[in-house]
Design a protein around this ligand. Structure first.
Ligand code: NAD
Ligand code: TYD
Length: 360
């Protein structure tokens, strides 16, 4: 069985799924500029509300020979098989998913289809490539491990205890990936990562939602008592971790990825308010912290996530580079400077989701 990249053929045609989403678009931008990758990237995306080709408009025009976009739903196995054949796909980095916990509570069916059936289809398409295929990297989440109390960390061998339809569907996809490795010898690696933040994140997730609402003088919804804890990782650090695992990780292995940045939600919201007050003082002179509004808690809300990433650090030498303080400031500045991107997002699906959640 293939052990690591030294035994893998060089990746020539990498299929990236969900490349128009938040992490996928950051990953494509990161990888295509690297000196140690000269292959093509074939980005397969259904373009749901979360997929935005504008995220990669510059890459599409600057790398015409090496970047290809195909609008495909990973639930459509026939289309997927066509793409695998047409581009001689030899590796996959799989991001495509329904990714928002609150949506998984309202409409779980999409999560079952895309996250489970879609992953199954990709594994089947990869299997049908036989010896031509060298790597299936599956991008997953720490939410599969469930919720922690005040102490403790998630390790790679922590038992799976998903609590939301989102995390349950991701857990199912992780199990399928493992099963294809064990049963069929599909060359796989898996990463389970903590919460990401940074440029191009759809403003339904906590950090961009709070930035945009605070700029508009709208309420900043904090669920429950605001003391739920997440371990935050700047998205570029995640991209580097994924590529490190794809290049040097052992086949069949799972690696936890985390930011060493545990933070209560309420503290993050306060930090964003303070950064914005400093960079863009509010017109009415009132501190943006006044906008913080405690709202009804999310059902099944996991209390705390915290990652032990020492396996990835010891075996492959990866550690996060960005501190939470500097990463958050960079992120706030990015949203302030991307007025066109933000305006386009606001007129579409973001607007209807916000109206449905909180009224207009
Ligand atoms: P996202 O919601 O921003 O993007 C998802 C992308 O997948 C979109 O471009 C969407 O159009 C595409 N997509 C959805 N359904 C599809 C389908 N059926 N066929 C093809 N494309 C489809 O998500 P994200 O935050 O970038 O997350 C990417 C991956 O990383 C997911 O697998 C997620 O579980 C995982 N992850 C995310 C985080 C995080 O904090 N955002 C943390 C850990 C792991
Ligand atoms: P989110 O960004 O949705 O990521 P996840 O649920 O995958 O961790 O939420 C991060 C944390 O912020 C989570 O504890 C829920 C909380 N939260 C709020 O308090 N208010 C909000 O409006 C949102 C979207 C999230």
């Amino acid at each position: 069985m293939k052990k690591n990249i030294k035994d893998r053929v060089e990746i020539r045609n990498l299929l990236v799924t969900g490349g128009c989403g938040f992490i996928g678009s950051n990953f494509i931008r990161y990888l295509i500029k690297r000196d140690d990758f000269s292959g093509r990237i074939i980005n397969v995306d259904k373009l749901t509300y979360a997929g935005n080709p504008e995220n990669l408009a510059d890459i599409a025009s600057d790398y015409k020979a090496r970047y290809i976009f195909e609008k495909v739903d990973i639930c459509d196995i026939d289309k997927l098989e066509e793409v695998f054949k047409k581009y001689n796909i030899d590796a996959v980095c799989h991001f495509a998913a329904e990714s928002h916990v609150d949506r998984s509570i309202k409409t779980p069916g999409n999560f079952i289809q895309t996250n489970i059936i879609g992953t199954f289809n990709l594994l089947e398409a990869a299997k049908s490539r036989g010896e031509m295929f060298c790597l299936f990297h599956h991008v997953s989440t720490d939410e599969v491990y469930g919720s922690l109390g005040a102490k403790g960390l998630f390790y790679e061998d922590t038992p799976y205890r998903p609590n939301s339809p989102y995390s349950a569907s991701k857990a199912a996809s992780d199990h399928l990936v493992r099963a294809y490795y064990k049963t069929f010898g599909t060359p796989v690696t898996v990463s389970n990562c903590s919460n990401n933040y940074g440029p191009y994140q759809f403003p339904e997730k906590l950090i961009p939602l709070v930035i945009l609402n605070a700029l508009d003088g709208k309420p900043l919804p904090v669920y429950g008592d605001g003391k739920n804890v997440r371990d935050w990782l700047y998205v570029e650090d995640h991209c580097e971790a994924i590529w490190t695992i794809m290049m040097s990780g052992n086949i069949g292995q799972t690696y936890n990825v985390g930011g060493n940045a545990e933070m209560e939600n309420i503290l993050i919201v306060q930090m964003i308010c303070d950064i914005l007050d400093e960079i863009k003082p509010p017109a009415d002179g009132k501190p943006r912290r006044n906008l913080i509004t405690f709202v009804k808690d999310r059902p099944g809300h996991d209390r705390r996530y915290a990652i032990d990433f020492s396996k990835l650090k010891k075996e492959l030498g990866w550690s996060p580079k960005e501190s939470f303080k500097s990463g958050l400031r960079k992120t706030v500045n990015w949203y302030l400077n991307q007025s066109k991107w933000v305006a386009n997002i606001r007129t579409g699906a973001y607007q209807s989701w916000m109206e449905e959640q909180y009224g207009s």
